[in-house]
Design a protein around this ligand. Structure first.
Ligand code: NAP
Length: 289
């Protein structure tokens, strides 16, 4: 039986997850098929019931369903529970043939591995400036707290969302000094100058040449990370790199969060190199269209 996996979102045409997972299935000889499905918010519950069957391996979840999906699952585990955002669902059958849906969050692992595998670093003891307070920012903030950041400033346009993020995650670790900052506060420039790691978790710069902030005040010894992977090097990263700052794009996070879901579904080791090449090829094809 060919096992099925999906990514659901609305819209979903931009997704390159199918390219990564189908290449991985082929590389490890697993009889699986992954496809992207556009699911509108009002159709979410019905879609989940449709795939609640033994043939389904699981599915990834992206905007706008990462939070609302939880009410359609049997349980939410680990970082999915801590962040309140689910990006991967595992579908399993018990001995009586009953199918159970478990939600988790692999963006946290993806982000942690982006830093460790590509830069040999972590957020331990860092002064972290996080731009954005949405689903991706929640994953980054959780990693900052779990891995022992010294300070975490969460900068958001709607500052109350940053307040909520901090309140929700506060119990994870008391040792990190946390603060919500309104986007246009004059303090932003000073904070950019004192941060050791600056992370863009907003879509500003996605398929555009816009920058969420001017990186001029960032110290040359700092690291600037952009979770965006299209383009591979955003305008923010290019401007920071020109000033001698070390920069990291988001493709590694995308590959590692996908690899973590793949391993959970198949119990096979994810072929990281194959998945990364497939992602790069899919992105290239998209930009040439
Ligand atoms: P989301 O939940 O919709 O959150 C978007 C965030 O960006 C919010 O904090 C929002 O602020 C802010 N924002 C949006 N437009 C803005 C603007 N014009 N000015 C200022 N702030 C703005 O999205 P998400 O899932 O967190 O995704 C954020 C980005 O991360 C996307 O570009 C996504 O592609 C990327 N991402 C990458 C990976 C990866 O694996 N590399 C994984 C997940 C996400 P308000 O709250 O004020 O609206």
């Amino acid at each position: 039986m060919t096992r099925r996996a999906y990514v659901i979102g609305h819209p979903i045409a931009h997704s390159i997850s199918a390219a990564m997972h189908n290449a991985a299935f082929a590389a490890v000889g697993f009889d699986g098929r992954y496809e992207a499905v556009d699911v509108e918010p009002e159709a979410l519950g019905a879609w989940v019931e449709k795939v609640r069957r033994a043939e389904t391996l699981g599915f990834n979840v992206t905007i706008p369903h990462k939070e609302t999906i939880t009410r359609h699952l049997d349980r939410v585990e680990g970082d999915g529970q801590l962040t309140g955002a689910v990006n991967a669902v595992i579908v399993e059958s018990d001995a009586r043939g009953q199918v159970h849906l478990t939600g988790t969050n692999t963006d946290t692992l993806g982000f942690r591995r982006l830093l460790s595998e590509e830069e040999g670093c972590s957020l331990e003891d860092q002064r972290v400036l996080l731009l954005g307070a949405g689903g991706a920012a929640r994953a980054v903030a959780l990693v900052a707290l779990q891995d022992g950041a010294r300070e975490l400033w969460v900068v958001n346009r709607h500052v109350e969302r940053a307040d909520r993020l901090i309140a929700d995650l506060q119990q994870v670790r008391q040792g990190t000094a946390t603060e919500a900052v309104a986007w246009h506060e004059n303090r932003l420039e000073a904070l950019l100058g004192s941060a050791t790691v600056v992370i863009n978790a907003t879509p500003i710069g996605l398929a555009s040449t816009e920058m969420p902030v001017d990186p001029s005040p960032v110290q040359a010894s700092a690291l600037v990370v952009d979770l965006i992977y299209n383009p591979l090097k955003t305008a923010l990263l290019r401007a920071a790199a020109e000033r001698g700052v070390t920069v990291l794009g988001g493709l590694g996070m995308l590959v590692h969060q996908a690899a973590a879901a793949f391993e959970r579904w198949t119990e096979a080791e994810a072929p990281i190199g194959v998945m990364r090449s497939a992602a790069e090829a899919a992105l290239k094809e998209r930009t040439q269209r």
